[in-house]
Design a protein around this ligand. Structure first.
Ligand SMILES: *[C@@H]1O[C@H](CO)[C@@H](O)[C@H](O)[C@H]1NC(C)=O
Ligand SMILES: *[C@@H]1O[C@H](CO)[C@@H](O)[C@H](O)[C@H]1NC(C)=O
Ligand SMILES: *[C@@H]1O[C@H](CO)[C@@H](O)[C@H](O)[C@H]1NC(C)=O
Length: 228
């Protein structure tokens, strides 16, 4: 038993490093090492290419986006389709803000949301175009002039899949909305959110299994494309 486990973990770490070598080359051009930050960069690049303003990346709002994901408790089926559910409005003040250290009095209107869930981990750019932009209303939300700021988050669920991606938009002012106690967002794992300048793809952010799966799944997809 012990030997089997050891071999298993050896091959896991081998494949982890192989996968890192092969994938890091094309996913590593980002601002920071954080998929949520990369998603924001992709989204803002798309907006500016479309002559819309780039939106301020608000860490308080982004932390709330991660809480928003957690409210689904891993149920992909509740994200879209007939069983679609939305966390109750009251949860923003009662749960999300306190969990993030966001001052409740600074909660501001949410002017849009993009939410997607996938069983495979994909790159932030793919999550943007292949998951979040697939809904018919997505483009309207993306290019809306109503937003001034946004926050993005991504999280796996227990043991890895499914992966949730969420972008929340607001019309608040950057320095007076979603204000964080002491200026720092409470980090809660697993998951990554944007705007806080924190690295979020290293060992303490996704557990070892969670880290392996994202990259392994990404590799499988890439291979599928290369040979498909
Ligand atoms: C912006 O995103 C939309 C939706 O994915 C896509 O159709 C469009 O080509 C993108 N624009 C640019 C400039 O990348
Ligand atoms: C922008 O806000 C106005 C006024 O609240 C609303 O009627 C409109 O639907 C919003 N546009 C989008 C794209 O959400
Ligand atoms: C908020 O931003 C505005 C505009 O940039 C600035 O005039 C104001 O002093 C800022 N307020 C605080 C509390 O930083």
């Amino acid at each position: 038993m012990a030997t089997t486990l050891w071999i298993l973990s050896l091959s896991l770490s081998l494949s982890l490093s192989l996968v890192f070598l092969s994938v890091s080359a094309d996913t590593h051009k980002s601002v920071t090492d954080n998929p949520a930050d990369e998603l924001v960069a992709t989204l803002n690049n798309n907006r500016t290419a479309h002559k819309e303003s780039a939106l301020y990346d608000n860490p308080g709002l982004a932390c709330i986006a991660l809480q928003y994901i957690k409210a689904y408790q891993g149920s992909c089926g509740e994200v879209g389709g007939e069983d679609a559910k939305k966390p109750a409005e009251s949860q923003f003040a009662e749960t999300f803000a306190p969990n993030c250290g966001v001052q409740v009095s600074t909660l501001t209107q949410i002017t849009g949301r993009l939410l997607g869930c996938e069983t495979k981990y994909v790159s932030p750019a793919e999550a943007f175009s292949e998951i979040l932009m697939k809904n018919s209303k997505s483009l309207e939300i993306l290019y809306s002039k109503n937003h001034t700021e946004l926050g993005a988050a991504v999280s796996g669920s227990d043991g890895g899949a499914p992966y949730f991606w969420c972008v929340l938009f607001s019309n608040g002012k950057s320095n007076s909305s979603f204000v964080l106690d002491g200026g720092v967002a409470k980090i809660s794992k697993p998951g990554c959110f944007s705007g806080a300048n924190d690295q979020c793809s290293s060992a303490d952010d996704w557990s070892q299994t969670r880290r392996l799966w994202p990259y392994a799944a990404g590799l499988l997809i890439a291979l599928g494309h290369a040979f498909g």
